[in-house]
Write a protein that binds this ligand. Sequence first.
Ligand code: BV8
Length: 256
Amino acid sequence: MVEPTDLAPLDTARAWLEVARHIAVLTGAGVSAESGVPTFRDAQTGYWAQFDPHEMASERGFRAQPARVWGWYEHRRELLRGVQPNAGHRALADFQQRYPERLTLITQNVDGLHQRAGSQNVLCLHGDLLTNRWLDTPRDCCHMKHAATGSPPYCDRCGNLLRPGVVWFGEPLPLATLDAAQRVVQACDLMLVVGTAGAVYPAAGLAHQARDAGARVVVINTGSSELDDIANTVLRGPSARLLPALLEASDPAQGA
Ligand code: BV8
């Protein structure tokens, strides 16, 4: 019998998928690239290219330049209007629908496209670009009706600012979500790491945890990533093509 490792990476990954009982998927900005959403690194184009995204995606950066950072998020929200989930998002949602107990999706993305494609119980490590919350602990006066329009909106009673509902650099990830993600990767036998540079922690650490717990790790990326060296196999190419190729082929109904 030909060992899966003797096959091409995609066939190897398909063979591992067939026998996997618990599949963890970690996605990054690359899975939304083919929907037209610039990746976190590529988002720095035009006017925004002059600013460091890690600086802007931080509380310190927001407090220093609230109008500029708010403008950057409003710009990114604008880029999301009219954007649709792509075939990669849909392949993940469809597979989970066919095998609800087998796949858990963990995402670093804040664009909501996995949820719009139909993925359920998505573990969103870095929050949601389309929500806001108060910068400082809201007082009785801070109600949305007092969010005077501005850049950013603010409470016209105490001056509290609204901020995007995302996790900034230097801020802790939502504990319950991170705990759940860590439990998922500890228990999985296959982990797909899709469209992420693997440079942001603790998210990238989940792939290391999966590998250390004995899971097979498959990286899907158009370019090299910081997680390639812990992958059991790397599928080099766009996720909107490779996720359907990997996940749809495994459908017994298609006689795979
Ligand atoms: C925290 C929301 C502690 C905001 C984001 C350990 C080691 C080193 C550093 C640290 C560490 N622990 C903590 C840190 C510091 C820091 C960090 O990781 N820094 C990095 C820069 C070194 N981490 C933190 O600050 C985290 N917080 O640890 O807090 C703590 C605990 C208690 C109390 C106080 C504090 C918080 C990190 C969360 C930051 N927020 N997002 C926003 O969006 O504005 S992260 C942000 O950047 C994105 O959400 C995303 O997660 C990340 C970018 O990563 P990618 O998704 O990989 O995207 P990128 O553009 O980089 O790459 C795209 C990839 O796709 C590429 O590889 C490309 O080749 C590929 N690609 C492109 N097209 C395709 C494709 N692949 C497939 N198909 C395609 N078509």
